[in-house]
Design a protein around this ligand. Structure first.
Ligand SMILES: *Cc1c(COP(=O)(O)O)cnc(C)c1O
Length: 239
């Protein structure tokens, strides 16, 4: 059973997540303003998005392009004009044209072929896409993404793509009972970002998109600039 939370519950959850973000930032000696909370609204109704928006939330993440486009249009009809939409899900190669749209950031460029197609489609549409490279740091077979080796091996090609502005890296940590176990994954993503920067000195890679409901406080301690949090805000999802 999916639980659709009341608007008040969503507002309370958002406040609690913000408090945890501040506490984690403080523990790490970071400024909480460096960290953007992306509220992951996948599978949730527009009413949930409206409730969060009314409480000041502006960054929302979706993982399916069809649902993302439906929500972009619904949000326009509802006058939620300040939303910044984040695409966080796997992009199928035949659907790269659907990524050309009013999106703030594409977190999930997970292989060279997708990057090339996105750059081609964006060039045709005369736009530039802001993207992150998704890296499968943990090496779990079920997860998408470049391996740390492949992203370094393709770096020259990736950074030469004319219509992609690569702004950093994204990863998903394995789901574990003790979130502390995810720390090495987040450390590895940060180290990979630093290595890529050394390899491509002209690249600007300020962003690390890492941390979900289960592990975002640890990701923040390890340098996350974007955390993608769904169920802690909107309640659990039916699979
Ligand atoms: C669903 C999803 C999230 C949010 O997951 P929660 O555990 O509900 O916070 C974050 N990132 C990606 C890529 C997702 O697909």
């Amino acid at each position: 059973m999916s639980t659709e939370l009341s608007a008040q519950a969503i507002v309370d959850n958002l406040a609690a997540v913000h408090q945890q973000i501040e506490q984690s930032a403080k523990r790490a000696g970071r400024d909480p303003a460096e960290i953007t909370l992306v509220a992951v609204s996948k599978t949730k109704p527009m009413a949930a998005i409206e409730a969060a928006y009314a409480a000041g939330q502006r960054d929302f993440g979706e993982n399916r392009l069809e649902e993302l486009w439906e929500k972009v249009e619904a949000a326009q009809r509802l006058g939620l004009e300040e939303i910044r939409w984040h695409m966080i899900g796997t992009i199928q190669s035949r659907k790269t044209n659907l990524v050309i749209g009013p999106f703030a950031l594409i977190h999930s460029v997970d292989r060279l072929k997708i990057a090339q197609r996105l750059s081609r489609d964006a060039t045709a549409a005369e736009c530039v896409l802001s993207v992150l490279l998704e890296v499968n740091v943990s090496g779990e077979e079920s997860k998408h993404g470049f391996t740390a080796e492949s992203v370094r091996a393709c770096a020259a090609e990736l950074f030469a793509l004319p219509a992609l502005q690569i702004k950093g890296l994204m990863t998903m940590a394995p789901f574990v009972a003790d979130a502390e176990e995810t720390r090495p994954v987040f450390q590895a993503l940060r180290q990979l970002r630093d290595a890529l920067h050394a390899q491509q000195p002209s690249a600007r890679l300020p962003h690390l998109s890492m941390g979900m409901t289960n592990d975002f406080p640890i990701a923040i301690e390890e340098g996350a600039t974007l955390v993608r949090v769904g169920s802690a805000i909107f309640g659990s999802r039916t699979p």
